[in-house]
Design a protein around this ligand. Structure first.
Ligand code: GRF
Length: 212
């Protein structure tokens, strides 16, 4: 079993999608073992509690640098024997040293089709505001491995979602979550835990069977 830690900062609907997938037996060879929040008031912690998953709080402001925050987080993950770190609406930037230490073991969900509308400043509703301002007719979501470059790691799964006339950032965000994020994240996590994601340089190959 791969022990999974989900990192959160807010509402945690993606965490909920993972919890529901685990309940349905769809996280093959994976076990949600910890939820770590950068915010003690995040509703995601409530969701963890309801699902009997241990919740932890690690606030960025309790550390004087990104590096020392990353070290504390790495120690916590290693103590818990975590094999996969999932960033699900985690709003704190991780240090390059942390990203290197857990290379190939951190997945993130981003609410656009990378490489569109990603990188520094593109988070939360800003992503959907930018997509609407550009007038794109299709957007979507991406699950990718985390590297030192913000939103720059190898792409695992993507799904397109149509933009509708009259969309606001809020309606578009909701549609992208419902039609893409909540489906993609559990699938990508399961593929990882099954040993079916193979990093090949800048890209990911999805294997039909583990160890192919
Ligand atoms: C999602 O849109 C996700 O793509 C982004 O942050 C949001 C988190 O929402 N990284 P939630 O906390 O999972 O509800």
């Amino acid at each position: 079993m791969v022990k999974i830690a989900v990192m959160v900062s807010g509402g945690g609907t993606n965490l909920q999608a993972l919890i529901d997938a685990e309940t349905r037996g769809e996280l093959i060879n994976g076990e949600l073992s910890a939820v770590i929040s950068s915010d003690p008031d995040a509703y995601a912690l409530e969701r963890a509690k309801c699902a009997f998953i241990p919740g932890y709080v690690l606030r960025r402001r309790d550390f004087d640098s990104t590096e020392s925050y990353g070290e504390a987080l790495a120690e916590m993950l290693e103590q818990l024997d975590i094999g996969l770190v999932v960033l699900a609406g985690f709003m704190t930037v991780l240090s390059p040293a942390f990203c290197r230490r857990f290379e190939g073991r951190i997945l993130n969900i981003h609410p656009s089709l990378i490489p569109s509308f990603c990188g520094p400043g593109f988070y939360g509703l800003h992503v959907h505001e930018a997509a609407l301002a550009k007038g794109v007719k299709v957007t979507g979501a991406t699950v990718h491995f985390v590297s030192e470059i913000v939103d720059g790691g190898a792409i695992v799964l993507q799904k397109a979602v149509g933009v509708q006339p009259g969309d606001t950032p809020e309606t578009l965000q909701r549609r992208v979550m419902e039609q893409a994020e909540w489906q993609l994240l559990p699938r990508a996590v399961s593929l990882f835990c099954e040993g079916r994601l193979k990093l090949e340089g800048e890209t990911v190959r999805i294997l039909d069977r583990p160890g192919e």
